[in-house]
Design a binder for this molecule. Sequence first.
Ligand code: PLP
Length: 418
Amino acid sequence: MSSLTGMRPGAAGTADVTACRADFPALAQDINGYPLVYLDSAASSQVPMAVIDEIARYQSHDHANVHRGVHTLSHRATEVYENARTALQRFINASRREEIVFTRGTTESINLVAQSFCRPKLRQGDRILITHLEHHSNIVPWQMVCEQTGAELVVAPIDDRGDVSPDSVVALMDERVRLLAVAHVSNALGTVLPVRELAAAAHARDITVLVDGAQAVPHMPVDVQALGADFYAFSGHKMFGPTGTGVLYGREELLDAMPPYQGGGDMILEVRFDGTTYNELPYKFEAGTPNISGAAGLAAAVAYLEAIGMNLIAEHERQLLDYLTNKLAEVEGIRLLGMAPVKASVQSFLLDDIHPHDLGTILDHQGVAIRTGHHCAMPVMDRFGIPGTARASLGLYNNRADVDALTAALEKAREIFG
Ligand code: PLP
């Protein structure tokens, strides 16, 4: 079993990342003859040994199906799974563990709300309000439920810096709006949205608030109660946990009133051919055998993050993002996209007229992993009149040497493309 080395405050109170990098075995490899520089954590983060070990431990010793089992392994598996729920509750400060629903990720969490909360409620002429910078996962489920109900999707604008002005969102909150669905942090632009302010304005008008927290949870402390989120969705694989895991947080009162999303085992109390009674929260929304080893791994990821401290991580990344943005700005021919005043962990850019995919490939030849394309945010690309961007995104394990390697690789790309 590896122990957590983790970041420790350095002399200036900043995080010492060097120690933490050693916890991530995937980072210690060469790619195309160069040491890997991983700048794609917004797509999926790497996994620390503590998480890998916990999954192996669970699978080797405790695995069985959860709930209702009378034998020891089933008890153990249930304990692992339910302890994970409690860990997630604490991590985002939900008031009750029943408010944590395990899902496959942000996408499934948002679809659950669209189909189970919105679909039965929405009528012709009702509105769902989103912003222009949303990920497709926070657009398409709403389009689908609008098609099903005759409701309308309304989009608040972003400005040239990729920022969202609260006034422009609030201006669209009329009496027809039933739900506000906004990203906490934009995956394409890095913009941090004023979620607390938007939620307060929405609640004053009886509008329910869903926050897409996929890009926030790995990078900053998240307190769902302080934010005023009615629903908060996030993915395990972006927060150093396993793929196929995620959470929908929902206020108990809302979840309680919602019908189940899927039917099957575990979500029922009693099944008869003349009618079925559903299980209590949160099981009503967890039909079928859940991803138990995934939940074990996700709980280990939470423990890992808590041991380092989310405030420390946020400060480390704030400083590193400043460094990244400034270093990129020095590269000749660069165009930076997403320059909102409050940002987290992401910088999008274009270099000369090199296609982002070609740039990404040249960088990969030098061991530097970035993301290129529309980042599942095509409306953002349309807003800026471009097909896509190159995007460098940070995780707690990145350091200045990674940024220097990126800018050196970009200089080389300029030489190659002449
Ligand atoms: N929302 C945002 C802001 C994202 O960045 C992503 C993934 O990139 C998602 C939603 C979808 O997450 P997942 O594919 O894990 O469901």
